[in-house]
Design a protein around this ligand. Structure first.
Ligand SMILES: NC(=O)c1ccc[n+]([C@@H]2O[C@H](COP(=O)([O-])OP(=O)(O)OC[C@H]3O[C@@H](n4cnc5c(N)ncnc54)[C@H](OP(=O)(O)O)[C@@H]3O)[C@@H](O)[C@H]2O)c1
Length: 302
């Protein structure tokens, strides 16, 4: 930017990282601060928010701040988006929020895994698109490979198994991510859209929700001790390491839009289902239906 005196004014780039008061999100926020971003940390708990900001601000760099929002509530997602959008341009959005529910849970009548892992980041992204200038990173998971690949309805037929439904919600979000990348490229928007797979880490999520056999299908339950050992091995890495794929996706300007960064922080080929036109259309329809950009009440009052 050119100032009136002819001197170049260097603006500090702004980033928002969701679910960043702990786990992989906190390390992503720390890495972005080191890379020169002024980071907004989003989380539910103000105490954890204050601690995260203190930890980030202990690094020399742009001061961070905390915004409170429960991203399991689409109303709170809308309020968060309104607050951020009112502040003007945003360089980078990292949709890091994710959750796995051991038991079938509903949020405002919609299955919770689908809400938190897909509808919430979808809605935040769509509402912030007018102010995002540079990049969007959506955090995915290798659990997409165990997903039921049918998206006619929010809930697939058959019983509820948290891990498989988590994978399916992440698959919906990966599908959306690649679809968005293509749509924005076609529009010549200049915004780069990427997905990043942390690959597994020892965090609150893996400690709290992946320790019970009911999260996997009855067939896998027969081998539960083996499945549990595999989970434990896969999620034993420190969160700081698991944040590296998100950080590469967020900061490497040579990566083309639509790239998926895998657990080793290198580009990987996404599962074919995520670009299957049937999945793309079904996910688009479900997203628009269950996370409308305008609430019905807004439409009535406007
Ligand atoms: N850990 C793994 O092995 C692994 C593997 C593959 C992919 N992933 C993905 O990586 C991302 C981060 O995972 P993680 O393991 O770091 O998760 P985590 O341990 O659950 O993350 C903790 C953070 O999430 C915030 N959070 C949780 N629910 C929230 C909500 N409803 N609204 C707002 N903030 C919320 C917490 O903030 P408050 O306490 O302040 O609410 C805290 O900052 C997720 O998308 C996850 O699916 C993780």
């Amino acid at each position: 930017m050119e100032s009136l005196s002819g001197l170049k004014v260097v603006m500090t780039p702004k980033a928002v990282v969701t679910a960043a008061t702990g786990g992989i999100g906190l390390h992503t926020a720390l890495g972005l601060t080191r890379a020169g971003y002024a980071v907004t940390v989003v989380g539910r708990n103000p105490e954890r928010g204050a601690q995260a900001v203190e930890k980030i601000n202990a690094e020399a760099g742009e001061p961070a701040r905390f915004l409170q929002a429960d991203l399991a509530s689409l109303d709170q997602v809308r309020a968060l988006a309104a607050t951020i959008a009112a502040e003007g341009e945003l360089d980078l959005l990292v949709n890091n929020v994710g959750a796995m529910y051991p038991d079938h849970t509903e949020l405002d009548g919609v299955e919770a895994t689908f809400v938190v892992n897909h509808l919430s980041p979808y809605l935040l992204t769509e509402l912030l698109l007018p102010v995002i200038t540079r990049r969007i990173v959506n955090v995915t998971s290798s659990a997409v490979i165990v997903a039921k690949k049918t998206f006619d309805t929010v809930e697939p037929p058959g019983g509820y198994y948290g891990f498989h439904w988590y994978g399916r919600a992440k698959l919906a979000n990966l599908t959306y991510t690649l679809d968005l990348a293509q749509r924005l490229r076609a529009r010549g928007s200049g915004i780069t859209v990427l997905a990043a797979d942390p690959g597994g880490a020892d965090t609150d999520m893996t400690d709290g929700s992946s320790r019970t056999p009911q999260i996997v299908s009855p067939a896998l339950r027969l081998f539960w001790p083996l499945v549990l050992r595999t989970f434990q091995r896969a999620t034993s890495r420190p969160a700081a390491l698991a944040a590296q794929p998100s950080l590469r996706a967020a900061t490497d300007d040579t990566l083309p839009t639509g790239t998926v960064i895998g657990r080793h922080s290198t580009p990987v080929t996404p599962t074919k289902t995520a670009t299957d036109p049937r999945t793309v259309h079904a996910v688009r329809a479900l997203s628009e239906k269950h996370a409308p950009l305008h609430r019905v009440t807004d439409e009535v009052s406007n």
